[in-house]
Design a binder for this molecule. Structure first.
Ligand SMILES: [Zn+2]
Length: 123
């Protein structure tokens, strides 16, 4: 079932990459703005099926950069950092999701981005 829920979150670009995604908040990071995003209503939503091992998610995000000088390439990096997921379990088959952005398209006007993410579970 498609969802109309949207989220507004702070967006950071990582300046270091010392930690795995579970601890990415410990890396040095820089605030680039806020983003509001929801599932793309024009695409089938497969994220509800939590028993699927491979899930593809599509989002449309509107980014409000903290400064007009922030480049699209930096925002794309921050979006990749935001959606990258992993866990720090030290064993297989924990069931947690791994993955992140497979494709980002800058849609232009109004700082809109189309984001495709792919996640697999550690089974
Ligand atoms: Zn895990």
């Amino acid at each position: 079932m498609a969802t109309t829920t949207s989220f507004t979150e702070d967006l950071y670009v990582l300046l270091t990459r010392k930690y795995n995604p579970d601890y990415k908040h410990l890396d040095n990071h820089e605030f680039v703005g806020t983003m509001t995003y929801g599932s793309d209503p024009t695409r089938p939503d497969t994220s509800d099926n939590s028993y699927e091992c491979n899930v593809t998610e599509h989002y449309i995000a509107r980014v409000e950069p903290v400064s007009p000088n922030i480049r699209v390439s930096v925002i794309k990096k921050a979006l990749e950092d935001h959606f990258r997921v992993g866990c720090s379990c030290e064993h297989d088959c924990c069931g947690h999701s791994f993955g992140g952005v497979r494709q980002i398209k800058y849609l232009g006007d109004g700082h809109l981005y189309s984001i495709t993410c792919g996640y697999a579970r550690n089974y």
